[in-house]
Design a protein around this ligand. Structure first.
Ligand SMILES: [Zn+2]
Length: 231
């Protein structure tokens, strides 16, 4: 297989609600202390690991196309469109290189400056007492969140091999981004956290049209059957 070139997908990832990508579990923090978010070592600023985005996009694509592995892990067939893009879930069935390289997402300079002023959000953990209907404090751990409105630099570098269809890779990524917007990223996604939005999407030289979501919604149904990565 000959590697022809790399095509970069870049976008502005904006938080529409607070984001919690945890750096510790409840066991690791003192009582009443909030669960921390992942931060970079040098600047101590929150970032989004590429693995979180890659894992979530893969999970969503596998789920809508029913490519579910019985053991709960990622698809390990090594030959479906999802394995071609994200890599096989098993080293035994890996017979070609992963197409998509998800970069860690750093905060935009503007958001980093804002955060240095206001700090992270501290969200209390509250659940409802089933008998009284009142809040049961301490039942859930409080957690840090990167505040709504923060913007991150999102990048995926796509390896294009000589028989690959670049347009097909673009379509798969569009649907992946669309699903990530519908779903949530990080912890407490079903309780409001991790609502994200992608703007200013560029794929190689091309800037995607404002109505990219309409295209993604339209092609979603046929993607697995009709949009093949390899010609
Ligand atoms: Zn597969």
């Amino acid at each position: 297989m000959k590697l022809k070139n790399y095509v970069l997908l870049s976008a502005n990832l904006k938080l529409k609600s607070g984001l919690h990508i945890g750096a510790a579990t409840a066991k690791d923090v003192g009582k009443g202390e909030p669960l921390p978010v992942m931060k970079s070592l040098i600047r101590n600023l929150p970032f989004i690991p590429g693995s979180s985005l890659k894992g979530k996009m893969r999970f969503l694509l596998e789920t809508i196309y029913g490519q579910i592995n019985n053991d709960g892990g990622p698809c390990a067939c090594g030959s479906c469109q999802i394995c071609l893009l994200f890599g096989s879930g098993s080293s035994k069935t890996t017979n070609e290189p992963t197409r998509l390289i998800f970069r860690d997402c750093s905060l935009s300079e503007k958001s980093a400056e804002m955060l240095e002023k206001v700090g992270l959000e501290n969200k209390p953990g509250v659940s409802i007492d089933r008998n009284t209907g009142m809040a049961r404090r301490g039942a859930l751990f409080p957690m840090e969140r990167v505040p709504e409105g923060s913007e991150f630099n999102f990048q995926v570098s796509c390896r294009v091999f000589e028989n690959d269809d670049v347009e097909a890779i673009r379509k798969w990524l569009m649907v992946g981004l669309y699903l990530l917007e519908q779903d949530a990223l990080g912890g407490s996604g079903s309780r409001g956290s991790g609502h994200i939005e992608f703007n200013n999407i560029k794929f190689g030289e091309e800037t995607l049209a404002e109505n990219w979501r309409e295209e993604a919604a339209k092609i979603k149904e046929d993607l697995l059957e009709k949009v093949k990565i390899k010609k």
